[in-house]
Structures are given as C-alpha cells and as structure tokens.
Design a protein around this ligand. Structure first.
Ligand code: MG
Length: 386
C-alpha cells in the first residue's frame, strides 16, 4: 500500500497505559496519516509485544521488565534505552508515562528538538522552568494532550496573548462533589476510582477525586501558556462537556466543548493541530443541556488552594507538591493512609520543605526524592482508621 502524503512518524512512550492504548486506537484508525516507529512501556511485555507486531514498530523498550517476562526479540530494556527511543528521528513523541517517571524520556525528546505531545502533566509541574529552558535551547515544541489544556490551546489559537484576561479550567468535581464532608475519612480506593465522566488510569482517577489533578493542571497551565496564577481559575462542570474556556479583555468568552473522549486531544496533538474526521462522538448541544457550571468549594477541595500556593512559591515547591502527591496516592491505594490524608500529607511536605531553585535535573530529582521520603516516613506502618 502506498500513501499520498508522508505519514507522521510517532514515538509512543507509555504505550500500554490508558492514554497509550487510546493513542494506538488513533494511529490504527488513520494508517495513512501516522506511522508508529517507536514504543516504550513500563513493564507489560505482552502488551508491548502485541503493539510491536500490530504496527510493525521498528524500536521498542521496556523500562522495568518483570524478571519472569520474556520481552520480544529486539526489545531493549532500561531507562537509557527508553531515552534513546524518545530521542529517535520522529515527527512527534507522545508522552503518556504516568507521573514523574516520565521526566528523563521527556527531556531526551526535548533535547532532540522533537515535537512533544505530552499527556504527563507531572513533568511540567515538577520541572516547568527546566523543561521550557531546554525546549527553548533545542527548538522543541510542547503540545498538550491534557483535555482541559488542549481546550485552552484550541481557544487561544490565533488570539493575541495580550488580549487574554483569564483561563478557566473546568473540573467534573469527581465522585465526591456532593458527598458529605464528614465522611471523607472513610472513602475507599474503590469509591475514589468511580469517576463519573472520564475513564482513566488509577493515578489520575484518584487525583480527580481529591482534585489534586486540577491543582496539577493549574500549575501545568501556568507553564504551558505563560499566564500568571492569579489569572487561572477553576470551575465545576459536572458532565465534562465544557472542557475549559478563555475570557478575553473585550468581554468575549471562548470555550471548547465535546463529548469526553481523550482520543480527540490525542489526535489533535499527533496531527499537530489538524482536525481529523470522526475522531470523537458527535455532540448535539440540545442533548447535553442543562450545562450546569458551579463555583468550586475550596473547603471541600483544599488541593486547589495548596496547588496555587505551591505554584506561586515556585522553585522546587511544585516538584515537592507533585512527588508528595504521587507517593500519597500510592499510600492510599495500598491502604497506608486515608483519602483525606492525601492532601494533608502534601501540605505537610510543602511546610517542611526548604525552598530551592529548580535549575538542574539533579536538584529536581533530589527534591522529588526528599518529598517521597517525607511521605513514606509519615505513612509507613500506619493503619488507616476506617
Ligand atoms: Mg485533564
């Protein structure tokens, strides 16, 4: 089969996770537009093998192969191999590795000057200044796959940045938007995993229940769009139809709407902003009404105020915010802390942390490790009260 236009060569990091699988869906649906040339997974050898065979992927790597698993022939192993694939000749590197583990492969892609389509907000949160400096040096571009930020990108296209007065990130409110506050201590991991509108991986789903996800997204938006924290707000839109909006200085508001489906922001990023046909389900607004929009209750969701404070503090504080949260989420899902302790552990870590500058990867990784150690020390052996 021949193709009339050059296909975009895609490298997929985190190929077997929730976003990675949906990116594979998009690539498979548009074989005349995309070619998967490299794929990296964490530890799932069988799933990576299936992707390698399905797409005829030239280069693959497993970062942490299970000792009992046998990777397919030609599959490399380890973080250095993953970074080499991240830096290979490609049109776009899609980063869909969960959390801070994505930092080194992301920087490898950025240093190679490639366009990076990132679904991993944690990288910008932990090292936004560093990532932007390295991208400026290499000429790499960063396109977001986060649905809210993809929405803001769509609203801002062709607009003068000086005309923007406020970015408003929407949040569904998660499963606990209306749950009585005095029962938050007894929330179980299974309850926190029951997201009302989005079907996502474990970490981001817990983050959506605490609203840490929206907190991370405030910091992500600050770095992506160069907008001060005071001009980034959050509103609750329970059905996740309005994906975010921008208010402009003349009074105009531009929002981006759609049925919640991550394949839409994934395809838009992989295609470098071009809209491909039939990616997501059709939205008829008459079927979506009423489009309820509510104010955020900062008492119910203290994660938002905490994120804003960490962002305003700058330096390594956002890195500590992110790492402490990742560790606290792991502690919650393994029964080491209560749901309501996730945010308070992150607050305690930020309170105990001495500020520092985030100008090198070593400093960022040191702060990341310190925050994880702080949370582990404060959860180890704890038996949560239910
Ligand atoms: Mg999001």
């Amino acid at each position: 089969m021949t193709y009339p236009t050059p296909r975009r060569r895609v490298v997929l990091l985190g190929a077997t996770g929730s976003i990675g699988r949906q990116a594979c869906d998009v690539i498979a649906r548009f074989p005349d537009r995309f070619e998967l040339v490299g794929a990296v997974a964490g530890r799932d050898a069988a799933a990576l093998d299936a992707i390698a065979r399905r797409f005829g992927v030239a280069r693959t790597a497993l970062v942490h192969p299970d000792p009992s698993a046998v990777p397919h022939v030609g599959c490399a192993t380890g973080i250095d191999a993953a970074c080499e694939i991240a830096a290979m000749d490609a049109d776009v590197v899609c980063v869909a590795i969960t959390g801070a583990a994505a930092i080194r492969p992301t920087l490898a892609a950025i240093d190679a000057g490639v366009t990076v389509a990132s679904a991993t907000k944690e990288v910008l949160v932990m090292a936004g200044d560093l990532v932007k400096a390295r991208a400026a040096a290499s000429g790499a571009r960063i396109i977001t796959i986060d649905s809210e930020h993809s929405a803001l990108w769509q609203c801002l296209r062709g607009e003068d940045p000086a005309s923007v007065s406020r970015l408003v990130l929407t949040a569904s409110g998660g499963p606990f938007l209306r749950r009585p506050l005095d029962t938050f201590a007894s929330i179980t991991p299974a309850e926190a995993m029951a997201h009302p509108t989005w079907n996502m991986g474990t970490k981001i789903t817990i983050d959506s229940a605490t609203m840490m996800n929206k907190g991370l997204e405030i910091i992500e938006a600050h770095f992506l769009f160069d907008v001060p924290y005071a001009s980034i707000d959050v509103a609750i839109q329970p059905t996740s139809i309005i994906h975010s909006w921008v208010e402009f200085r003349d009074g105009a508001v531009i929002a981006q709407l759609g049925v919640p489906d991550m394949r839409v922001p994934i395809a838009l990023a992989l295609a470098d902003g071009e809209r491909l046909p039939g990616v997501g389900p059709r939205l008829d607004l008459r079927d979506a009404s009423p489009l309820e929009v509510l104010a955020l209750d900062g008492n119910r969701f203290p994660a938002i105020g905490l994120a804003r404070a960490a962002g305003e503090r700058g330096g390594l504080a956002p890195c500590v915010f992110n790492a402490a949260n990742e560790e606290a989420v792991a502690a919650f899902t393994s029964g080491q802390c209560r749901f309501d302790e996730i945010v308070s552990l992150v607050g305690a870590a930020l309170g105990a942390f001495d500020d520092g500058d985030a100008s090198t990867l070593e400093r960022v990784l040191d702060a990341d490790a310190w925050a994880r150690g702080f949370v582990r020390a404060n959860t180890a052996g704890a038996v949560p009260a239910r």
